[in-house]
Design a protein around this ligand. Structure first.
Ligand code: BTN
Length: 230
C-alpha cells in the first residue's frame, strides 16, 4: 500500500503529527520525518533530546498483532535492529536489542521506540523511533551514543537507515516468530549487564529468559533472579 510522507524541519513531536494526520485524514500509512523536535517524547513520559542531526521518525501501521502488545514490541524492535544492521553491517557485533525494545551499541542507547494508539482498539498505531545518528557526545545524554560517536562515517546515513526501515516495515509479507528473533538479537549480550527499571527501582543484571507474556527474568551480580514486567 501507498505511503504518505510529511517532512518537517522542526515539529513538536513527530508522533503527535502522525496521530493528527491519522485522525484527520482517515487511517493511512503516514510517515512523518523531522530534522528536529521541540517536544520529543520518550517512554514513561520522559523527554527525548531532539536536536537536529538525528533521526526522528513516526509512522502509522495497521497493527499486525491486535490485542498482543508483547509481540508488537518485539516485532518493532526487530525491525529497528534490522534496519540498522542492513545499513551498517560492520557494527552488527556491537548491536543488541535490549528489552523491551531499545537498541544498544555496546552499553549505550542508540535508539528507542515509542508506540501509541490512534484508536481505542489498537487497530492502527503510531510508532515513533528516535535513532541517534550524527549527534556528538556533548549533544546527547551520557547513557546514550550515536553512530557518528561510534565511528560510523558515511554519506547520507539518515536516508539509508530510513529507507531500510520503511522497507522492513512496509514490504514484509512473511510471518515470523518475532520472539525468537528478538531473543536472537538480544542474546549477544548474555554477558552484558544492563539496568532494568521495575516500578521506581533499578536492577542491574543479565537477561535470562523472555517469557510469553512479555516479561523477563534477569540475573543480578549476586546470582539472584528478578522477574520484571513492562
Ligand atoms: C524511548 O526510548 O523512550 C522512546 C523514544 C522515542 C523517541 C521518538 S523520536 C520520534 C518520535 N517522536 C517523539 O516525540 N518520540 C518518538
Amino acid at each position: 500500500s501507498e505511503l504518505h510522507f510529511q517532512f518537517y524541519d522542526k515539529v513538536d513531536s513527530t508522533n503527535e503529527k502522525c496521530k493528527e494526520m491519522c485522525r484527520n485524514d482517515e487511517c493511512k500509512n503516514w510517515v512523518v520525518v523531522a530534522n528536529a523536535q521541540s517536544r520529543g517524547r520518550g517512554r514513561y513520559g520522559r523527554t527525548w533530546e531532539s536536536q537536529a542531526k538525528n533521526i526522528y521518525i513516526s509512522f502509522s501501521i495497521k497493527n499486525p498483532f491486535v490485542n498482543d502488545i508483547v509481540t508488537l514490541n518485539f516485532y518493532l524492535g526487530v525491525m529497528l535492529y534490522r534496519a540498522v544492521i542492513h545499513s551498517f553491517p560492520e557494527i552488527e557485533k556491537n548491536l543488541t536489542l535490549k528489552w523491551p525494545n531499545d537498541l544498544y551499541f555496546n552499553d549505550k542507547k542508540l535508539a528507542g521506540i515509542l508506540i501509541e494508539n490512534v484508536d481505542n482498539e489498537l487497530r492502527w498505531i503510531v510508532v515513533g523511533m528516535g535513532i541517534n545518528v550524527y549527534a556528538s557526545a556533548n549533544e546527547i545524554p551520557d547513557i546514550a551514543t550515536s553512530l557518528a560517536i561510534e565511528g560510523v562515517r558515511e554519506e547520507s546515513m539518515r536516508t539509508k537507515v530510513i529507507s531500510c526501515l520503511l522497507e522492513e516495515v512496509y514490504t514484509r509479507t512473511t510471518v515470523e516468530d518475532y520472539r525468537e528473533l528478538f531473543w536472537k538479537y538480544s542474546g549477544k549480550t548474555q554477558n552484558g549487564v544492563y539496568s532494568y527499571t521495575k516500578g521506581n527501582k533499578i536492577y542491574r543484571g543479565v537477561l535470562q529468559c523472555l517469557h510469553d507474556d512479555g516479561s523477563v527474568t534477569i540475573c543480578d551480580v549476586e546470582g539472584q533472579k528478578i522477574h520484571i514486567v513492562v
